[in-house]
Each structure stands twice: as C-alpha cells, then as structure tokens.
Design a protein around this ligand. Structure first.
Ligand code: HXC
Length: 258
C-alpha cells in the first residue's frame, strides 16, 4: 500500500516502518497515526513478516502529537472522538514483536508510541520526554501509566511534572530502553535484533510477547499460571519437537511456525 507519511520496507522477514514527516519532526497527526496502525496491522497479518522495526529520522523519532492539529480542538471534539484511544488499542493489539529504534526526540506521543512497542533500542542521541505539561495538558497515550511502570514513580513524576527530557543513557539506567547504540549503527543494530527474533518460531514469539505483557496486568500468581499454561501449550507444536531435537542433534533448528 502507498502511504503519505510513513515508509514501509520489508526485507526478508522483517518489516521496517519509518515515520516520515520531516517538516514537523514526525509529529503524529491523524493521517500518520492512521497509516502507522494500518501498516502495523498489514505486517501483523503477513505470512512473511516475523518482526517489525519502527523508527523515525536521525533528528526525531517523533516530537509528539501534532500540536497544530490539536490546538483548536474542543473538549467535546476530543471526548466524542475518544482522541488517541484507537491508536493505543490498535498498536497494543499487534501480536508480532515490534522494536522501536529511537534516534533524537521521542517526546509526548512519540515517547508513548515507542513505549507501546515491545522494546526500545536507543541511539546515543535519543531524548525522551513527556513535555505535555508545557502545553497546558497532560500525557494522553501512556505517559503517566506505561512510563511509571518502566521507570517508577519518582522519575515518572519528574518527567511528567517538569517536562524535562531524559538522555538515552538515563533512559537505559532507568529501564525505559533495552540498549543504547551509536547513532550511526541504530538501524543496523535494530535490524540485527529483529532478524534474531525472526529466526525463532512465530508461535513462540507471540506467546512470549503475550506472557510478558500479562506481567503488567496480573498479580504474580495469576501471571505465573498464565505463563505455565502457555508454556505447557507449546508442547502441542511441531516447533517444540524441532527445537529440542535440533539441540540434541547439535544443529540449527528449522522452525516452521506449526
Ligand atoms: C507539530 C511540531 C511538533 C509537534 C515540532 N514541530 N514538534 N509540529 N507538533 N509536536 C514542528 C515545529 O513547529 C517546526 O515547524 C518544526 O517541527 C521543527 O521544529 P523546531 O521547534 O523548529 O525544532 P527545534 O528548535 O530543533 O526543537 C525541537 C523540539 C521542539 C524541542 C522537539 O520542536 C518541540 O519542543 N516540539 C514540541 C514537543 C512537544 O511539546 N511534544 C508534545 C506534544 S503534545 P515550523 O513549521 O515552525 O518549521 C503530545 C500529546 C500526547 O504529544 C497526548 C496523547 C498522544
């Protein structure tokens, strides 16, 4: 499909989606958010794609929701359209792994979209923030919720109340990002991680993602039960037989997603 505000490039089993509104530092307007969700859903439904990488430009992953588009909206407009609920629901429903590769600004909705992905690889230049407070609003797509779960109350309060930005180094220390890499190697590293994931069975990737995500929703005993039941169910798959046989035969496993 042809898109106006994103580029989509599928290489082997990895779909690379690049936000592309350079004139507005990839500000998330309604067209871009619609296209992003559609591209993610298309990749999720594809038999070929096994992992997705979402990135922006060197200067900005995304500098937030589009302020120009939002500025004249009324309470009734945002309440009745349930502004941004659809984006959160659609991205959260993607079953295949999504890696956010973040360079430059990931602010407001940009930070929130990165946090909707399964993990974040950051360039040394990345800057994360929830500066909505400077605009007379608060975060609306997870900046007070997901960020707090990632970095804890104190740092989340600091980010949400002062609007200050966090460097990549601080974000890694705080548990917001999984690794920090040189800016020039960001895409290479993210694609390498995605290709590593793409070597596994899609069945186990989806199951592992679902199980980790349950940790954010359930008490420990219920989460452990969910994990154990899903682990048990893997023994009904051909890929479990193949994975364990390959180990014992000292060869690479050939997973067939069955
Ligand atoms: C619309 C934006 C934008 C945004 C930048 N631009 N961010 N347009 N919405 N969020 C536009 C600028 O208006 C400018 O356009 C161009 O991008 C380049 O930006 P500059 O400000 O000139 O660049 P720079 O001086 O390098 O500063 C970069 C910046 C700054 C620090 C990232 O742009 C900035 O503070 N942006 C806003 C960040 C923010 O507040 N984000 C939260 C948004 S609210 P022109 O046409 O002038 O050249 C939000 C709510 C989420 O996300 C709620 C739920 C989703």
């Amino acid at each position: 499909m042809a898109y106006e505000t994103i580029n989509v490039d599928t290489q082997d089993h990895v779909c690379l989606i690049k936000l592309n509104r350079p004139e507005a530092l990839n500000a998330l307007n309604s067209v871009l958010l619609g296209e992003l969700c559609a591209a993610l859903e298309e990749a999720d439904a594809s038999d070929k794609v096994r992992c997705i990488v979402l990135t922006g430009s060197e200067k900005a992953f995304a500098a937030g929701a589009d302020i120009k588009e939002m500025s004249e909206m009324s309470y009734v407009d945002v309440f009745t359209s349930n502004l941004f609920a659809d984006t959160n629901d659609r991205i959260s429903a993607i079953r295949k792994p999504i890696i956010a590769a973040v360079s430059g600004y990931a602010l407001g909705g940009g930070c929130e979209v990165a946090m909707m992905c399964d993990f974040i690889i950051a360039a040394e230049t990345a800057k994360f923030g929830q500066p909505e407070i400077n605009l007379g609003v608060i975060a609306g797509m997870g900046g007070t919720q997901r960020l707090t779960r990632f970095v804890g109350k104190s740092k989340s309060m600091d980010m949400n109340l002062t609007g200050r930005f966090m460097t990549a180094e601080e974000a890694e220390r705080a548990g917001l990002v999984s690794r920090v890499v040189p800016a020039k190697k960001l895409i290479e590293e993210a694609m390498a991680a995605a290709n590593k994931i793409a070597e596994k069975s899609v069945l186990t990737s989806i199951a592992a993602k679902e199980a980790v995500n349950r940790a954010y929703e359930l008490p420990l005993s219920e989460g452990m039960l969910f994990e154990r039941r899903v682990f048990h169910s893997m023994f009904a798959t051909e890929d479990q037989k193949e994975g364990m046989a390959a180990f014992l035969e000292k060869r690479e496993a050939q997973f067939r997603d069955k």
